[in-house]
Write a protein of this length. Structure first.
Length: 490
């Protein structure tokens, strides 16, 4: 059946539709009128909508019918028992001055004002709450009243430590069908410990007590103070090798080397012993253009003269030369200037003999010194060890003189690079980026000024050690923002 009924308006002949719909029940073929409710006084009518809902007022049938409203001062008065099938949500207004108040039965007299305020000190019975209770930002704080309520941090000793009395204990127990406890952690590893795991035992101010047997597994474990006569310590370099680079200094000046040999010079031979291998034949010569005078001395080893002839013979040119041993009957004639200079020659021979004696003493002294030098060089050779292609000198030091002062600075760093202040260092310098920084710090040389890619980056809180004598050779800068670095050296 078509909906709506046409209604004539009068003599004008205009018609209007009255909203109807198919009926139901016993008169399914009948049209039922559709009515749009309105509210207002005798002069205005406001249609009911989502924007303009129908205003209602609730009354109690137990308190005099329509004259007893169950709403008082904007609050709904509810008595009796509510049976809630699923759940009921109670919300307060978003306005700051409206709230939802839940209270138990009154067990004492109350006055006016908010429940629980100083103007309304009525005592209410407890309200049982099951489930989670969650606060809201800016909400009213809850007042908690209890007997012997102790709100504080729990106290207890280290796990497994029985040296103090444990005053607090907390039991965590699961329930069937209960809410799971969420555990949040980074790299959480719950398993049995293995031999490779490290366990740190932390005690209190008192000693850590251990009950039971402690088993230490090790090969040749020896816990004691080292003894200088029986113990040895192996020192390895950063790459794991047994060769350590050593710089030798004398009064602040580095000792020189030539290739793989150590340069050794002696200002004085006093107290120095050498062991020197000297050839069986030693050549003695004067400077060019001078004559070497050789004279004999009683009791000395004869001086052998080798010539340029066959078998080291001395070549002599003469007329009627008679080379033989002189006999008593031979006569030697001396002629020429030798006769007139005989006395002078004899004196010169005596002087030459004296000089040869002095030279012999000098050679003997030099021989002793050479022997001493040879002994010292042998000892020096014994102190040199060869590892692979490297020759190393075994040394010992009684002490190391530490620096007499330290170098400390706090430097503000911007985007443009700049050097650190100059100073004289011995052990190098440590540079640390302040933990308050927000960007990276870059460490480098002068090329760092043009590009941060030429620098070594440090994040906030990181540090870098440089073995350098003058910190002014170090340049620092940031990528953008102003930052701070801390510098210490000696």
């Amino acid at each position: 059946m078509p909906d709506n009924i046409i209604v004539a308006s009068g003599p004008s002949g205009a018609t209007y539709n009255m909203a109807t719909d198919d009926g139901f029940g016993a008169s399914a073929d009948a049209q039922v009128q559709i009515i749009k409710p309105v509210f207002g006084d005798t002069t205005t009518s406001t249609r009911v909508s989502n924007t303009n809902p129908m205003p209602v007022q609730l009354f109690s049938g137990f308190s005099g019918g329509s004259t007893a409203s169950i709403i008082e001062d904007g609050e709904l008065k509810v008595k009796g028992t509510f049976n809630i099938g699923n759940s009921m949500a109670v919300y307060g207004s978003t306005a700051a001055y409206l709230k939802v108040i839940v209270a138990g039965g009154v067990t004492g007299s109350g006055l006016s004002g908010d429940i629980g305020s100083v103007d309304n000190p009525a005592v209410y019975s407890a309200v049982e709450v099951t489930g989670a209770v969650q606060g809201i930002s800016g909400g009213q704080a809850l007042t908690v009243s209890a007997t012997d309520l102790d709100i504080r941090n729990l106290s207890a000793g280290v796990i497994g430590y029985s040296g103090v009395t444990l005053t607090d204990s907390v039991a965590v127990q699961g329930i069937s069908g209960g809410m799971a406890v969420s555990v949040s952690a980074t790299d959480l590893d719950i398993r049995n410990l293995t031999a490779t795991d490290v366990v740190t035992v932390v005690g209190t101010s008192a000693d850590i007590g251990i009950t039971g047997t402690v088993t230490a597994t090790a090969t040749d474990l020896d816990i004691r103070d080292l003894a200088a006569g029986t113990d040895s310590v192996a020192v390895y370099n950063s790459a794991g090798g047994t060769t350590l680079p050593v710089d030798l200094y004398a009064a602040g000046t580095a000792l020189g080397v030539s290739g793989d040999a150590l340069k050794v010079a002696f200002d004085s031979v006093t107290g120095v012993t050498f062991s020197v291998n000297v050839a069986s034949n030693i050549g003695v010569s004067n400077t060019a253009g001078t004559t070497l005078a050789v004279e004999g001395k009683a009791g000395m080893v004869p001086v052998k003269v080798d010539g340029a002839g066959v078998g080291d013979s001395v070549i002599v040119s003469a007329t009627d030369l008679d080379i033989r041993s002189l006999v008593a009957s031979d006569q030697v004639t001396v002629v020429g200037d030798l006769v007139s200079h005989g006395a002078t020659t004899a004196a010169q021979i005596t002087q030459a003999n004296q000089k040869i004696g002095t030279l012999n003493n000098t050679v003997t002294a030099v021989g002793g010194k050479v022997d001493t030098a040879n002994t010292s060089l042998t000892k020096l050779s014994d102190s040199v060890i060869t590892i692979g292609k490297d020759k190393l000198v075994k040394t010992s030091m009684d002490r190391v003189t530490p620096p007499s002062d330290i170098y400390v600075a706090t430097v503000k760093v911007s985007g443009a690079g700049k050097p650190l202040a100059s100073a004289t260092l011995q052990n190098g310098v440590t540079i640390k980026s302040s933990s308050d920084n927000t960007g990276k710090i870059y460490i480098g040389s002068t090329s760092l000024i043009n590009n941060t890619n030429n620098g070594f980056p440090l994040l906030p809180g990181e540090e870098l050690f440089l073995n350098i004598l003058d910190p002014s050779k170090i340049f620092v800068r940031t990528d953008s923002t102003s930052s701070t670095i801390h510098v210490i050296g000696s």
